[in-house]
Write a protein that binds this ligand. Structure first.
Ligand code: IPM
Ligand code: MG
Length: 357
């Protein structure tokens, strides 16, 4: 049986990086069918909507989605519901992709790329598990209104709702414990329970779930402290589980610790292992179409796709080993290059990974 992969290249560097990941997937000799559809600003330009019905339909029919990136400043003045970001938020919601895995690991060959001292980051290997379909991102009510009676009466007022139901917390917490069991058995749950009711429930539910995982060491941290500990002693962390908003912020911070945001893949999964796989970096419109972008994060996302949605662990490892070999051989795109190394473009990096396969 052939697996259907939806390829959604998107905006900016999206098309050129997904192209390289598609080449790598095709080279594996697996029964894959790939279908491409527009998303984000590109889809708005072509069809008047960032997530057109045909694209959503393809995504729903697929076993997995290989996603490039969306967004460009030129769409900033559109109404919110037409902006490119709505495409990714819409896919998360429509496909119930509630579990976002964002590994932040330091490739030994790139230890000097971090802005932190090598002795603080060497060997860094963190998994951030971010809840992706709840929290203030999707909570209702939200909106803009004129403030009623009180100190701000008559002013424009913006409001959003932070909320989690206990089942939403429980399912992501379970995945957090399971991920920790496969790693170093440490789970840190990040919240703001000293201030927020939503976070108090989060903490209570995580503690309840922990009873089923006595082999995992559970800790709790307030999000402000977690942001600090991530730069002070990042290697203390193994798996971090947190809500949508805190996870958005902490995962960018963790990515920066590695100094090579062009290297980091991510997976967003639903309960039936259907997933969306994307590099964590954005669409970088400033270098789009110049054969400069680093395709490795997307290629590594393809490896995650094989592992989590297609259960093709061996093929995933093949890709990851090929990427390691390319790095060990000193082949670099501009973002990760050091003096004296062979600097290549997007296409040539794809060639190098294919050769290493
Ligand atoms: C991310 C991005 C998105 C988010 C944006 C593009 C909506 O920052 O995937 O982290 O906030 O979740
Ligand atoms: Mg983000």
């Amino acid at each position: 049986m052939s697996h259907l992969i939806a390829v959604l290249p998107g905006d900016g560097i999206g098309p050129e990086i997904t192209q390289q990941a598609v080449r790598v997937l095709e080279a594996l000799g697996l029964p894959l069918t790939m279908e491409t559809a527009p998303i984000g600003g590109a889809a708005y330009d072509a069809h008047g909507h960032p997530l057109p019905a045909q694209t959503l339909d393809l995504a729903k029919r697929s076993s997995a989605i290989l996603f490039g990136a969306v967004g460009d400043w030129k769409y900033d003045s559109l109404a919110r519901e037409l902006r490119p970001e709505q495409a990714i938020l819409g896919l998360r919601k429509e496909l119930s992709l509630f579990a976002n895995l964002r590994p932040a690991m330091l490739f030994p060959e790139l230890a000097n790329a971090s802005s932190l001292k090598p002795e603080i980051v060497s060997g860094l290997d963190i998994l951030i598990l971010r809840e992706l379909t709840g929290d203030i991102y999707f909570g209702q009510p939200r909106g803009l209104r004129t403030a009623g009676e009180g100190p701000f009466e008559g002013e424009r007022e913006g409001f959003d709702t932070m909320r989690y139901a206990e089942s939403e917390i429980r399912r992501i917490a379970k995945l957090g414990f399971e991920a920790a069991q496969k790693r170093n058995r440490k789970l840190c749950s990040v919240d703001k329970a000293n201030v927020l009711e939503t976070s108090q429930l989060w903490r209570d539910v995580v503690i309840e779930v922990s009873k089923d995982y006595p082999d995992v060491e559970l800790s709790h941290m307030y999000v402000d402290n977690a942001a600090m500990q991530l730069v002070r002693a990042p290697r203390e962390f193994d798996v971090i589980v947190t809500g949508n908003l805190f996870g958005d912020i902490l995962s960018d911070e963790a990515a920066m610790l590695t100094g090579s945001i062009g290297m980091l893949p991510s997976a967003s999964l639903n309960a039936s292992s259907q997933g969306l796989y994307e590099p964590i970096h954005g669409s970088a419109p400033d270098i789009a179409g110049q054969n400069k972008a680093n395709p490795l994060a997307t290629i590594l996302s393809a490896a995650m796709l094989l592992r989590y949605s297609l259960n093709e662990e061996a093929a995933a490892v093949r890709i990851e080993n090929a990427v390691r070999k390319v790095l060990a051989d000193g082949i670099r795109t501009g973002d990760i290059a050091e003096a004296g190394m062979q600097q290549v473009g997007t296409q040539e990096m794809g060639d190098a990974v294919l050769a290493a396969l």
